[in-house]
Design a protein around this ligand. Structure first.
Ligand code: NDP
Length: 598
């Protein structure tokens, strides 16, 4: 039966059909295989001086952490609070900060409120200058965290881990690096980053382009001029193309639009862009906060964006408004399912209506409209993206789901038309659901020399996404069988706390080897599947994205690599209850002076 959506808007049935058509346009048989990798040249770190050398480090420590982003830093900080400072952090970049080290593109910021995003504000005493912190401010804050908690002496920068082997006799991980280091550690923490490995679209001819090209996470200010805070004066005579319209492109487009002679935005799927409403920090409000305020606000925000509907919406921004009702959850009745669908359509209609209000050319406005459910892809919040399309030098090239067809020596091709450009910017995102060892860049070898790639050949085996059978004393912080959240820093903070608590408990209790039992891992998987089934129906209707591995057919492997798709707070609850048990359930441990026990 046809249900009315609104007085003048499309009906629910019409919208459902429109979503289906838009999804069908975008389904690709190649699924995840459509993506390629950055060449060594494009992946090079543009933010360090070439030629760095140092002597190899040979040492034994309690912990080696891979990754100096928030996850790795917070793990080290939690350990230090417990007196464990015998920690080595290995980081590929030239400094701490992770994603905020790499992403220096103009306009880069975090669209999650700074008071809930920046970890440990009460400990550092730092006051963000604005509601939504800029990338330079977050990068500076990362360095402040590192200084405050004395992490610099423990870091090995510009260093890639090349191998890690479990040494059963020594009951240690033996870790090697690209700088010849030999690090031996009781515990090995993999905090290699969630959006760490940049990817490129596999467009035919991509290597033929002879102009300048880079990925947004390797911005070359030497070419564009300017800096994250200054205009890009060298683009004034340049024709620029951007591939992508995700969260990154939404922030980059307005900046390039201001500087470039011509800007061509190649769109495959329109992004959803809600109101951001940037404001300076209210100093009086910030300084009047009582101890414990930040954790309370973080939890409140996560409740608000996961449909828990707290009594007070403390953050009260676009995120909490759009995500207030969890419309992806399994409904208890047909009536509830219809109600959730109606709410989802309504939220997205508001986002679409805003485009008509802001974008002057009706055809461009229509082409910018996203027709997908609000949980299908990441919703963005920005006030300058849509107005950029009113500028005469900005051209939307809507590929209607097909994508750029080819790249030539001189430019990009769509629909038989070549668009010659001087600069090609890939705002094409990062690997998220590819194999963990691929993203890490090395393949840990666990018990009996079995590599992670072998053990996980048919998908992951973990307890909570943190401990993995066959890999004693290895602790993971990733999305694989772990949690997920709008506020990534909340997820990483809780994961880091959990990892640190496990290490602390082992040391306090004389546990020298800890490893999950396979039965406990299977139980965890069953739980993940149970939760995942609830919203599988919703995701079937979605347009492809990294949220659903480009909608490629789900095999048993993909099933095992699932993320906990319920609320982040529920996931945190599982971790906390497990930690609160007198003996960690579902793990086998060895104590220094005794045998094994289950
Ligand atoms: P995304 O993966 O979200 O976007 C990649 C874009 O490239 C998509 O628009 C995709 O289209 C497009 N694309 C791929 N192939 C082609 C092609 N052949 N032709 C044209 N377009 C193509 O990457 P982002 O870097 O934008 O965002 C990644 C994540 O980073 C976000 O989801 C978010 O988690 C994080 N982020 C967070 C920010 C914040 O403020 N907190 C800011 C920026 C990023 P299609 O949609 O059709 O696949």
């Amino acid at each position: 039966m046809e249900q009315e959506h609104g007085a003048h808007g499309p009906s629910v049935d019409e919208l459902r059909e429109k979503y289906r058509q838009e999804q069908q346009k975008r389904l690709r048989p190649e699924g995840m295989a459509q993506w390629g990798e950055l060449s060594e040249e494009l992946d090079r770190d543009p933010f360090v001086e070439p030629g760095f050398t140092r002597d190899p480090v040979v040492e034994e420590t309690t912990v080696v952490i891979v990754g100096g982003g928030f996850a790795g830093m917070l793990t080290a900080i939690h350990l230090a609070k417990h007196g464990i400072t015998d920690v080595r952090i290995v980081e590929k970049a030239g400094d701490f900060g992770g994603t905020w080290y790499w992403n220096r593109y103009p306009g880069c910021m975090c669209d999650v409120e700074s008071y809930v995003y920046l970890p440990l504000l009460e400990e550092t005493g730092f006051m963000p200058t604005e509601h939504y912190a800029s990338a330079p401010e977050i990068f500076e804050y990362s360095k402040l965290l590192a200084r405050t908690f004395d992490l610099y002496p423990r870091a090995l920068f510009q260093t890639d881990v090349t191998g890690a082997d479990w040494d059963a006799e020594a009951r240690r991980w033996q870790v090697t690096t690209s700088r010849g280091d030999r690090l031996s550690a009781k515990f090995f923490v993999l905090a290699g980053g969630i959006l760490h490995k940049a990817k490129l679209p596999g467009i035919p001819g991509i290597d033929a382009f002879e102009g300048k090209a880079f990925h947004t996470s390797r911005w070359d200010y030497g070419y564009t001029g300017g800096s994250p805070t200054e205009p890009m004066d060298q683009l004034a005579d340049k024709r620029v193309a951007i591939i992508g319209t995700g969260a990154t492109a939404v922030q980059v487009v307005p900046q390039v639009a201001r500087s470039a002679k011509e800007l061509y935005v190649f769109q495959r799927t329109p992004g959803a862009v809600g109101v951001r409403n940037q404001q300076p920090t209210d100093v009086e409000w910030f300084q009047g906060q009582q101890p414990g305020w930040q954790h309370e606000r973080i939890v409140n925000f996560t409740q608000a964006v996961t449909g828990a509907q707290p009594e007070v919406d403390m953050v009260g921004d676009g995120w909490t408004e759009v995500m207030w009702v969890d419309t992806q959850k399994g409904a208890a009745s047909a009536e509830e399912a219809a109600e959730l669908e109606r709410i989802d359509f309504e939220v997205m209609e508001t986002i679409r209506a805003r485009i008509d209000e802001v974008v002057e050319d009706p055809e461009t406005a229509e082409r910018l409209k996203p027709y997908w459910g609000k949980h299908c892809k990441r919703v963005c919040f920005h006030d300058d993206y849509l107005p950029a399309f009113n500028r005469p030098n900005v051209h939307l090239v809507d590929t209607e789901g097909r994508g750029v067809e080819a790249i030539t020596r001189d430019g990009l091709v769509f629909d038989g038309v070549e668009y010659p450009v001087d600069l090609l910017i890939y705002a094409s995102g990062f690997e998220v659901t590819t194999d963990l060892y691929h993203r890490l860049g090395f393949d840990p070898k666990g018990r009996d020399g079995v590599a992670l790639s072998q053990r996980w050949a048919e998908g992951a085996h973990t307890l909570h996404g943190v401990l993995a059978s066959g890999f004693p004393n290895m602790l993971l912080i990733s999305l694989v069988q772990g949690g997920f959240g709008t506020n990534f820093s909340h997820l990483l903070s809780e994961s880091a706390k959990h990892v640190a608590r496990i290490v602390e408990a082992c040391i306090d209790q004389g546990i020298v080897v800890i490893e999950p039992e396979e039965a406990a891992e299977e139980e965890w998987l069953a739980l993940l599947l149970g939760v995942g089934m609830g919203n599988a129906r919703y995701f079937q209707t979605c347009t492809p994205s990294f949220y659903n591995s480009e909608q490629q057919a789900i095999d048993s492997r993909a099933v095992r690599n699932l993320t906990y798709t319920g609320s982040l707070l529920e996931y945190v609850g599982y971790l906390e209850r497990w930690r609160d048990e007198p003996e960690f359930p579902g793990v086998t441990v060895q104590r220094a002076d005794a045998g094994e026990h289950g």
